[in-house]
Design a protein around this ligand. Structure first.
Ligand SMILES: O=c1ccn([C@H]2C[C@H](O)[C@@H](COP(=O)(O)OP(=O)(O)OP(=O)(O)O)O2)c(=O)[nH]1
Ligand SMILES: [Mg+2]
Length: 145
């Protein structure tokens, strides 16, 4: 599908792209005037320079990149971040450094990935009783290891 995008402070890097033919996510680049350092357990809203116009009924999810998480303990704190279809502000990535080492983020670095997905919206029907199921209220390991 096609989608409107407005780029601010474009600093040389491309729009997000799908890295392979069937990738679900496109990598988001940090849009920085100078490198920033994330200390252990520090979090930061990383700007991407992107403003998008999702069609009604769609959301975008901001998710971690597994390579950054595995190699550097860097993840998206609110994962998956939710971009609402009516949001017109800059997409930002809430990164947190869960390693014991500092991590430097440079302009253009691919810090997270974004998946565009359809979603439903619900109208509540208040009910006296809900249907019975085998699971019932079981959860949190109720089925065993
Ligand atoms: O990782 C994220 C998460 C959110 N947003 C933007 C888009 C989203 O539509 C808006 C609000 O996000 P959310 O609903 O998660 O935050 P909130 O704390 O509930 O704020 P609000 O009261 O503005 O909804 O912030 C981002 O840019 N990156
Ligand atoms: Mg909200």
């Amino acid at each position: 599908m096609e989608m409107n995008v407005k780029v601010i402070n474009k600093s040389g890097h491309s729009l997000p792209v799908y890295q392979t033919d069937l990738s679900a996510g496109m990598d988001l680049h940090a849009c920085l005037t100078e490198p920033v350092t994330l200390k252990p357990l520090e979090r930061m809203l990383v700007p991407t320079g992107l403003h998008i116009e999702l069609p009604a009924g769609f959301e975008a999810q901001v998710r971690p990149r597994s390579g950054l998480a595995f190699k550097h303990g860097l993840t998206v704190l609110n994962s998956p971040g939710t971009i609402d279809a009516d949001y017109r502000g800059e997409i930002k990535v809430l990164l947190v450094n869960l390693s014991n080492d500092e991590f430097e983020i440079r302009d253009g670095e691919r810090v997270a990935q974004m998946v565009v997905a359809k979603h439903e919206r619900v109208e509540w029907l208040e009910a006296e009783a809900l249907t019975d199921t085998e699971r019932g209220a079981g959860g949190y390991g109720s089925t065993g290891k």
